[in-house]
Design a protein around this ligand. Structure first.
Ligand code: UDP
Length: 313
């Protein structure tokens, strides 16, 4: 099986490449433009003869032989995707279409990394796949949210009009080793501040919630989805449905790191969703997907990872 992972040097992409290489039948091509992905993320698999890197931007057409395409290419942290909003939007739209065209030419299966962000600031809780969402088209997050929504539409069109076997995963907040130290999302921010005994910054009053999934659980679900026989146009939520407030998360990380950090409150960014929790019934039923890693277990592994990063800096 020849597998292309677009965004293969990013947080989710590199964890996916590593997992796919565990199957000796697989040959993996990682395509990345290294805008937020990092060479260090793929160092440990670089010498594998069944692994290849293509330094390329998916907003330009690429042509390689493939059986499966995973499209994880796009910065996913608000800090990174807001840096160059037009580029984010183009990566989602032009980049996804280029890969869909490749899938069409090669008759490859295509899996799109979509996101819980397409539900926006949700008015339904938990969010199931039938919910249309509540996205501000003109907000600071819209380049990513609307880009990802349009990318889902492109998958639908290529499936209907060109018979491409498209699948869509809607990924909820995920964390774990290989996240960037400067990622800007809540888990790396809190852990690094806690390890340095610096103030942890909670945005808003900290009562907003997220449901956090350990990366190995998510990758397992994504591979199951690619290899499953689910209806091609039906998106599937993946994540962990254990919901906690940002205040609880800050306290947990302070305890697990034995930190002297204090919590400081900062203004809530524009359009920051108040609550988020996946309804996983479809994934349970169709993929037998059940996230196994508790938040405490996942945080301990992630804390060790960042401790190591800080040592080697
Ligand atoms: N957050 C925070 N402090 C930080 C980073 C994030 O309080 O240093 C909050 C953020 O406002 C949001 C939640 O944590 O309510 C999750 O933010 P993140 O950027 O990780 O992901 P999002 O789910 O918003 O895309």
């Amino acid at each position: 099986m020849r597998i292309l992972v677009a965004g293969g040097a990013g947080f989710l992409g590199c964890n996916l490449c590593k997992k796919l290489l565990e199957d000796e039948e697989n040959y993996v091509v990682c395509v990345d433009n290294f805008s937020s992905g990092k060479k260090e993320n793929i160092e440990e698999i670089l010498n594998d003869e069944r692994f290849e890197i293509l330094n390329a931007d998916i907003s330009e057409e690429i042509d390689i032989d493939v059986d499966h395409i995973y499209n994880a290419a796009c910065p996913a942290s608000p800090k990174f995707y807001q840096k160059n909003q037009l580029q984010t939007f183009k990566t989602c739209i032009k980049g996804t279409e280029n890969l869909l065209k490749l899938a069409q030419r090669k008759k490859a299966n295509f899996l799109q990394f979509s996101t819980s962000e397409i539900y926006g600031n949700p008015l339904e809780h938990p969010q199931n796949e039938n919910y249309f969402g509540n996205v501000n088209t003109l907000g600071i997050r819209s380049c990513y949210d609307e880009g990802k929504r349009a990318a889902e539409t492109l998958c639908y069109i290529y499936n209907r009009e060109h018979n491409v076997k498209t699948k869509i995963v809607r990924i909820f907040n995920t964390y774990g080793p290989k996240m960037r130290e400067d990622d800007g999302r809540v888990i790396p921010n809190f852990i690094i501040k806690a390890l340095k005994n610096e103030n942890i910054e909670v945005y808003g009053d900290g009562t907003q919630t997220r449901s956090l999934c350990y990366v190995d659980d998510l990758i397992d679900g994504i591979i199951r989805l690619m290899n499953s026989k689910v209806n091609y146009t039906r998106p599937v939520n993946l994540g962990n449905d254990h919901e906690i407030t940002i205040n609880e998360l800050a306290e947990k990380i302070i305890n697990l790191t034995n930190s002297k950090s204090l919590i400081k409150f900062k203004p809530l960014p524009e359009d920051d969703p108040i609550k988020r929790k996946p309804d996983l019934k479809l994934a349970n039923k169709m993929l037998d997907y059940y996230p196994r890693t508790s938040i405490d277990e996942g945080l301990k592994i992630t804390i060790d990872y960042f401790k190591n990063c800080l040592k080697t800096n």
